[in-house]
Design a protein. Structure first.
Length: 326
């Protein structure tokens, strides 16, 4: 049995700098709409999948109603790994994944972020993974800052936990495949990493700050495959775009900048079982979703902002290069 689960913890809006919340708005609302679309997309292409929402608070009734229509089961799990105040500047809520991991019951669970869109059957992905754990290798340069920690610094922390000093890979948090048979070993290693992070935090030292850092250590201890042929983190901000026209070859799109934009545009079709979202062939589905996410056929206003953002980004990059090499 394979379950697709979204872990979601209600916490401060400041813990997600990729989300813009209007004054007085509920910071959870864009997430709830996005995850409804995410679950709907999984159901659209994988009608027999078991869908679970893992959260520390029940969804509002209107969202709960839509999730029930999609066959999503709800599991209440407290945020036991909530970090102490000041632990990190952002993304502290990501550590709720450690609590979600401890609640898994399915033979295989695919954990995804709320801003992940499924655009194909997951059969090939699951066949590729087989009985391994799996995650997305982000292929960051060794000295790039990744939310407060470089891979070089992570290597020292891994060594303190008994691993070799070889440079570790860094796995993205958008998708993890966890076979139930490997879950105890993964959780045990997560707890070791979490204990080290808390102790180093007290001393003001570098530490694991997000679930990506913790899992990048934990996954070194189990049979592992990468998901790079099946999912990609696709940035669509005005200053940074990673759209290459090959997105249709993937199974899952992770779209961090689209929670309050593209996913919001898809919410209506995703909750209408008579819409194109449910009835179109895959070609039309990809085209319409690509439009919503700004891959192509961008509106004049969005295109203008993207062009302006690209100019600003290029100017900043050139300025940084000149400062580094006067």
């Amino acid at each position: 049995m394979t379950t697709v689960a979204i872990p979601f913890v209600r916490t401060e809006a400041s813990q997600n700098p990729n989300l813009r919340v209007r004054d007085g708005g509920d910071p959870a609302e864009p997430y709830m709409r996005a995850m409804t679309v995410a679950f709907a997309s999984v159901r659209r292409w994988n009608p027999d999948a078991d869908l679970h929402l893992i959260s520390n608070a029940a969804p509002e009734e209107d969202h709960h109603r839509e999730l029930r229509r999609l066959g999503v089961e709800y599991k209440l799990v407290p945020f036991a790994h909530r970090p102490p105040v000041g632990f990190a500047a952002r993304f502290e809520a990501s550590l709720y994944l450690l609590d979600a991991l401890g609640s898994l019951e399915a033979d295989t669970t695919l954990l995804i972020d709320p801003d992940v869109l499924c655009v194909n059957s997951m059969d090939a992905l699951l066949s590729h993974v087989a009985d391994h754990a799996a995650a997305l290798d982000m292929q960051f340069p060794e000295d790039e800052d990744i939310n407060g920690l470089t891979r070089t610094q992570a290597a020292a922390l891994h060594a303190a936990l008994g691993e070799s000093v070889t440079l570790p890979l860094h796995y993205g948090g958008e998708a993890y495949v966890v076979p139930l048979a490997l879950a105890p070993a993964i959780m045990a290693r997560c707890e070791s990493a979490w204990t080290l992070a808390l102790s180093r935090n007290l001393e003001g030292l570098t530490k694991f700050t997000t679930e990506e850092h913790v899992l990048s250590y934990a996954l070194r201890g189990v049979p592992l495959k990468t998901l790079n042929d099946h999912i990609r983190r696709i940035w669509t901000t005005h200053t940074f775009r990673q759209v290459d026209g090959l997105e249709g070859q993937l199974t899952l799109w992770h779209l961090p900048a689209e929670k309050d934009r593209g996913f919001n545009a898809l919410y209506g079709p995703a909750t209408d079982f008579g819409s194109w979202f449910w009835l179109a062939d895959r070609g039309e589905f990809l085209d319409r979703c690509g439009r919503a996410m700004g891959f192509h056929h961008r509106t004049p206003s969005r295109l203008a902002k993207d062009i302006a953002g690209s100019v600003v980004s290029r100017a900043r990059h050139l300025g940084a290069c000149r400062r580094a090499h006067p």
